[in-house]
Write a protein that binds this ligand. Structure first.
Ligand code: DX5
Ligand code: ZN
Length: 224
């Protein structure tokens, strides 16, 4: 039997004052890690979550954090951020100076290392880094904002990534970020996704007190 799909709730989709309640709901459910979007206003035209927000999450929970660096200087950021053993961390390789080196740096911290691929960024990055990769974060939307629609070529790209990853000699997760509605999620999992970032289009749309129930419904909808 295949493993259950990994669910990664996106922290930027909550309102800041809801964080303690959401984190309690994440602890009560079966999330793999808390997805944490760092946006720098350069790689993406938006600003989101930084060092203080990460410290706030740490003060509330010991759940793993999945740091997604949407920033032009991932080589430096990965060194200064509080990334811990058991966390996940990905960055966009086309704006990194040394993508392979960053993956090694993340692994040296005991965290799971990933490349994040925006639409139009080639799958060849996955091939070139396969031996030091623990996951691929595949953007189903242009990075920067919640509430967007999946780009048409996404499912085909997922299948191509799944084919490359099947050649790895260690487990490599494929996580989709953006517009993971139940209908899309079923197709994404069929195309090879093993994890889903969930945000405004799904589990974080109705507030923290509905998260646990929505997660159960979502899993049923994907598996059914
Ligand atoms: C982008 C973020 C969120 C997340 C939002 O990196 O992680 O935008 O995908 O979820 P949706 O697309 O459901 O609003
Ligand atoms: Zn993200």
């Amino acid at each position: 039997m295949s493993e259950p799909v990994k669910i990664l709730p996106s922290l930027m989709c909550e309102r800041p004052w809801e964080m303690p309640e959401y984190v309690a709901a994440f602890e009560e459910s079966h999330v793999a890690a808390i997805h944490f979007d760092v946006m720098d206003g350069h790689y993406v035209p938006n600003l989101m979550l930084g060092t203080d927000d990460l410290a706030a999450v740490r003060s509330l929970t010991s759940l793993p954090v999945d740091v997604h660096l949407m920033a032009t200087n991932p080589d430096d950021l990965v060194r200064i951020l509080d990334i811990r053993a058991g966390d996940w961390c990905s960055f966009h390789p086309e704006v990194a100076l040394q993508p392979y080196r960053i993956l090694q740096d993340i692994r040296e911290k005991g965290a799971r290392a990933g490349v994040a691929l925006s639409p139009a960024v080639p799958v060849s990055y996955v091939e070139e880094c396969l031996e030091v990769l623990d996951f691929v974060l595949v953007m189903a939307v242009n990075p920067g904002f919640a509430g967007q629609k999946m780009v048409p070529g996404h499912l085909g790209k997922l299948a191509r990534i799944a084919s490359v990853v099947s050649g790895a000699d260690h487990p490599v997760d494929i996580v989709v970020d953006g517009n993971t509605t139940p209908e899309h999620a079923r197709a994404m999992v069929a195309a090879g996704a093993t994890g889903l970032v969930v945000g405004t289009s799904t589990l974080l749309k109705e507030g923290p007190d509905r998260f646990v129930a929505l997660e159960q419904e979502y899993r049923k909808a994907i598996e059914g």
